[in-house]
Design a protein around this ligand. Structure first.
Ligand code: NDP
Length: 298
């Protein structure tokens, strides 16, 4: 069996960002302002700081305005909600993202609920989750939408394909399953209580792993020729003498590549898509706020 094709999410995301930059420039020309994303970070979680920095840089690189709000860890919920309210009414801000997780004591659901659904570019607000559930237009969480772009690029029409999504979180697994269902795949959602997970996965033409367990999905779980999308980002303990451990996905990459038809690597697969789709959602929001028609195919 030939080695699987490695799906280059980084190259795909770079191309998407280049297209978005062209659209953002056209938008700025027409609207007289750049599309704007406000990112709110509460506290000093190191991973969150890296993500927020990367989002700001990606915005600026795509010709969008980035408004960063870094608040101390002891910020009160009232202060955070009042910032969100201010951003909801700020005409320069098209998208609002509050970086999760929030420090203990702050109610994440209350904060998400306070974001205007029309600026909820993360797609976490119940209004947007509801829109996705009933097939209305709305913001879809960035990671599953990015996975869907990679799948459609690789497979074209997904009609009738068997898809297994491992994981049922609100930000990845559930919306992923809904998008696959909308694309007419036959979808199974697996989770920590699923029996005989390996057998369930073995039936799938498409496997999306969003679990958070390093290399849990083994090569002999994969149907020959299947397309494997690995959402997991797990850091292994450092090898001796090293400061940091290796990043691995939820799929045992070497084993799975010997069987799959195509597979995303970690890093360089799904990860880069998430930020690119965030920019895409921000641009879509900007067109809507300006009362302008978004370009086709965005
Ligand atoms: P959650 O922890 O919210 O959800 C994990 C899911 O996996 C749950 O539904 C859980 O089941 C299921 N699960 C846990 N253990 C098993 C098991 N042994 N067998 C089957 N299912 C299991 O994680 P997220 O959805 O937020 O993230 C998943 C992974 O994706 C993480 O590694 C995360 O870092 C990564 N991620 C990557 C992103 C990117 O940009 N590439 C973005 C977001 C996440 P149950 O519901 O029964 O508990």
């Amino acid at each position: 069996m030939a080695e699987a094709m490695v799906i280059d999410g980084k190259a795909f995301a770079d191309a998407l960002r280049a297209r978005l930059a062209e659209h953002a420039a056209a938008f700025a020309h027409q609207a007289g302002r750049r599309p704007g994303l406000a990112v709110v970070l509460v506290g000093d979680d190191p991973a969150s700081q890296v993500y927020v920095g990367a989002k700001g840089k990606a915005c600026e690189a795509a010709g969008m305005a980035s408004f960063e709000h870094r608040l101390p860890a002891d910020t009160s919920e009232a202060a955070l909600l009042s910032l969100v309210e201010r951003l909801n009414h700020d005409p320069e801000v098209d998208g609002i993202l509050v970086q999760m997780p929030l420090p203990a004591g702050l109610d994440e659901q209350a904060v998400i609920a306070a974001i205007s659904p029309d600026k909820d570019v993360d797609g976490f607000h119940v209004i947007n989750a509801g829109r996705l559930a009933v097939g209305q237009k709305g913001f879809v969480p960035c990671t599953p939408l990015g996975c869907m772009m990679l799948l459609k690029d690789r497979l074209g029409d997904l009609s009738g394909l068997d898809a297994v999504v491992i994981g049922r979180s609100n930000i990845v697994g559930k919306p992923m399953a809904q998008l696959l269902n909308d694309a007419n795949a036959t979808v199974t959602i697996a989770h920590s209580r699923t029996k005989n997970l390996a057998d369930v996965v073995r039936r799938a033409d498409i496997v999306v792993a969003a679990v958070g367990r390093p290399e849990m999905v083994r090569g002999d779980w994969i149907k020959p020729g299947a397309t494997v999308i690995d959402v997991g980002i797990n850091r292994l303990p450092p090898a001796e003498g090293k400061e940091k451990g290796r990043l691995v996905g939820d799929v045992a990459f070497a084993e799975a590549s010997a069987v799959a038809g195509a597979i995303t690597p970690v890093p360089g697969g799904v990860g880069p898509m998430t930020i690119a789709v965030l920019l895409r959602n921000t641009l879509v929001a900007a067109y809507a706020h300006a009362g302008m028609t978004a370009p086709a195919g965005l």
